[in-house]
Every structure is written in C-alpha cells, then in structure tokens.
Unconditional design. Structure first.
Length: 408
C-alpha cells in the first residue's frame, strides 16, 4: 500500500507535459519577438541620430510612430514584456549588445554621441522622477534644479585651489549635495499635497535659477568652465581605440552615462519588485488608508525624494563635465517641465518608458532644425497626440497584483 501510494504521488497528468511544452514554446517565441524588437529599435535610433537629411528624419519619425502604435494594437509590446520577464538575463545581454551596436555605428559622430549621452542623462534624472512621482506620488517640478546642484558641485570642486578631489568622488558628491539642498524642501513637501506641493517645487526651481544668476562666486549668468573627467587615470578627452576602430572621445561619456542609467534602472526595478515598492504604492494611492495600516508616510516620502535627488545630482555632475561649461540657462523651469513630460509621455511608473520618451523629447527638437521655431510646436502636438491615443503613455504601467505571497 505504501509503495502504491508513492507511485500515485509520482504520476504526471497526461495533459501536463503538452501544457508545459506549450508554455516553453510561447516563452521562447516571446523572447524572439523581444530580441527582434530591440534590434529594430537600436537600428532606428542609430539611423535617426546619424541621419543628416531632416526631411528623411521626419519621415522616419512618422514611420516609427505608426510602427509603435501598430505594435501596441497587435499586442507586440505585451509579447516583448513577457519575453523580457521570462528570460531576464538573456534580455539584459540583448540590451547591452544593442547599446554597443549603436555605439559602434556612431563611433565617429561627435554630435550623435553627445546627443546619445544627453538622452541617457535625462533618462537617469527621469528615473529618479519615476521613484518620486510614479511610485510615491510626489510632485517634483524642479528636477532641473537638482541636476544643477550636481553640475555646480562638480564645477566648484574644479575651481577650488589646492584641493584635488577625484572625479568619481565629485560625481558622488554631486548626488550628496543634491540631497542636502533638497532637504530644504522636505518639510514643505510633507505639509502639502497635490497642486500645493507642485507649486512649492515650482517656486524652489525659480529661486534656484535666480540664485545662480545673481551669485558671482558661481560665475553668475556667464557660468563656469570645467575640465573633462579623468577616471582611473584615463582622460575622457582622449579618443578610444578598440578592435582596430577609433571612437570619438564622447564615447567615454556615453559608456559612463550608460553605466549610470543601467544602475538607476536596476535600482528602480528592485524597488518595484520589493516590499518597499508596495509601500510606496500605498502612500501614492491613499495616504489616509496607508496611515491606518501603520505606514509612516513621512518616512517613505523622504526616501523616495532622497533617491530621486541622488540620481539627479550624479547625472548633473557628469553632464557638467561632459559639456565643459554650465550656466543658469542650463537649469531652467522649462528643463524641469521637459523632464516631467518625459515621465508622463513614457508612462508614469514604468521605468522602461523613460528611454523612448527621452529619445523623443531630446532628439526631436534637435533633428528638426529645418522648421526652426515651429519644431517646438510640432513636439508639443506630438506629445498631445501620443497622450490622446494612449493616455497611459508609450508604455503604460501594469497594475500590480499579489498572488500567493509573490508579486506578479
């Protein structure tokens, strides 16, 4: 009887093996779709950044828009998400290969590499905004001010005489200074909600810009010059020579920005999948209910605000070193609104939506110079069109579900 019981336990239902095989086949096909879509997106990015004929760029943008909405309509994007979730490490390798492929194609294009690094910097700042706005529900309309905190920290360290601080430490200090200055906003943000909190951050952004413009120690309206980054003895103003190919010196900054963006994506992903992300969602959705269940609202808001400002400050330090010059005009209210529009356009709370949205917001005005001042009008119309056709953004955030003690 005992042996019969064991054999019964070991029996496999007849339809289990076909079902398992079908699931594996679907996951494999989803990953194949993911790889094809990533390769197509990488090719489109390389073409759009490198192309010189602006009318051809406009035609390519229209084609990309049609392809994107067709992919959403026929659930290709959903298949891409499933493929990445089913095979996380191969998906990461595909993304790394796509990024390196873009870098190889644009290896001698100074302007293209500069734009690519700028996109990655904006994406990093907007990942910090995703933590603040998308997870904790904190309105922040002064992200450019915290970007400026990191930039001016790097500039001030370079201007100081008799002090030799490694650039890596300067980048980290940029994040720390952004957190320290952001602490001035913590109390007002904790005592206000909704549009009152948004107005508080707007006022802080204006005050920060006025302060920079009037402060002669920080260069005033003329700004400050900076030396290029030197990391581990390597001067970022030197070209790279790898595998018989010569890469522009901007490739150094692209790789550094790519590493920072990848770290920010990993951080946001860990938050999203952890119990911290669940608590931040509770704070965003209903503060009163969260307090009733014992959550300390102030603690989670301060955590989200701090993490977002750290990313903005570090990105600002790299941005200042990369451009070699910063001024108050680099950190205006318009720049802050542009960053908020990236988060909304990409999909509030979806970290992956930040990347295509940053591409649109940063590259579109630069690549459509032939329509002069009307390019910003076209950009605004495009943003409105996307949000009308897809109110959740390019990549809407999926609703979080908890199944049998695990997060899905």
């Amino acid at each position: 009887m005992l042996m019969r019981h064991r054999s019964t336990q070991d029996e496999v239902p007849r339809d289990a093996l076909p079902m398992a095989a079908g699931v594996r086949a679907r996951r494999t096909s989803d990953f194949a779709v993911f790889a094809v879509v990533v390769a197509a997106c990488a090719g489109a990015v390389a073409f759009l950044v490198h192309a010189e004929d602006q009318r051809l760029v406009l035609s390519a943008l229209v084609a990309c828009g049609i392809a994107w909405f067709a992919a959403a309509r026929f659930r290709v994007i959903a298949a891409v998400e499933r493929g990445a979730a089913a095979h996380p490490w191969p998906a990461r390798l595909v993304l790394v290969a796509a990024c390196l492929g873009i870098l190889v194609v644009l290896r001698e294009d100074n302007f293209g590499l500069l734009m690519l690094a700028t996109v990655l910097i904006y994406a990093t700042v907007c990942l910090g905004l995703t933590i603040q706005l998308g997870y904790a529900g904190l309105s922040n309309f002064c992200a450019a001010a915290f970007l400026g905190c990191g930039g001016y920290t790097a500039a001030a360290l370079g201007q100081a005489e008799g002090i030799a601080i490694p650039d890596l430490a300067g980048i980290l200090l940029g994040g720390a200074v952004a957190v320290a200055i952001g602490s001035l906003l913590v109390l007002p943000l904790l005592r206000t909600r909704g549009h009152y909190a948004a107005l508080t951050t707007l006022a802080f952004g204006v005050m920060f810009n006025v302060f920079l413009d009037a402060n002669e120690m920080l260069g005033g309206p003329q700004g400050l010059k900076l030396a290029p980054i030197t990391l581990f003895g390597w001067d970022f103003s030197n070209d790279l020579s790898l595998f018989g190919m010569t890469f522009s010196f901007y490739a150094n900054y692209v790789l550094l920005c790519l590493a920072l963006t990848a770290a920010a994506l990993a951080l946001v992903g860990l938050l999203d999948r952890s119990w911290i992300g669940i608590r931040l969602d509770a704070v965003r959705l209903d503060e009163v209910a969260a307090q009733v269940f014992g959550l300390r609202i102030a603690r989670w808001k301060i955590l989200a605000f701090t993490l977002g400002n750290v990313l903005a400050g570090m990105a600002g330090a790299i941005y200042a070193k990369m451009t070699g010059f910063i001024a108050p005009n680099n950190f205006t209210l318009g720049d802050s609104l542009m960053m908020v529009s990236i988060v909304i356009l990409g999909g509030i709370g979806n970290r992956w939506g930040v990347l295509p949205a940053a591409m649109i917001v940063v590259l579109l005005p630069e690549k459509l110079q032939f329509i002069q001042e009307y390019r910003l009008l076209l950009f605004a119309v495009l943003v409105i069109l996307v949000l009308v056709l897809s109110p959740g953004g390019l990549l809407p955030r999926r609703t979080r579900t908890l199944v049998a003690g695990r997060q899905a």
